[in-house]
Design a binder for this molecule. Structure first.
Ligand SMILES: [Zn+2]
Ligand SMILES: [Zn+2]
Length: 96
């Protein structure tokens, strides 16, 4: 149960420098400090700045490009939104 048939969800990654296995979420190698390139990082939730359209990690509180302040997350339910931004940001209809 540890791995996917697809290999899409990898839990560990090997450091190309020293071969140490690191948790996928590590930004640097635990052993040698090698900096993993972005493509070796897990997919983080991204969002686009409504002001300048820069895509950035969901955890940014302000846009890394223009400084736009993202509104605090609403909806504490854990409702899963659709994957990826789709339209040009129309008003969301709360339809069920
Ligand atoms: Zn290493
Ligand atoms: Zn921006």
């Amino acid at each position: 149960m540890c791995f996917n048939a697809d290999g899409t969800a990898i839990k560990d990654k090997e450091c190309p420098e020293c071969g140490t296995k690191n948790p996928i979420s590590n930004a640097t190698c635990n052993h040698c400090g090698f900096k993993f390139p972005p493509e070796m990082m897990p997919k983080m939730r991204m969002r686009e700045c409504p002001e300048c359209g820069t895509s950035q990690v969901f955890t940014n509180k302000v846009c890394e490009k223009c400084g736009y302040k993202f509104p605090p997350a609403t909806g504490l339910g854990g409702a899963k939104g659709p994957k990826g931004p789709k339209g040009p940001g129309g008003p969301k209809a709360p339809g069920k």
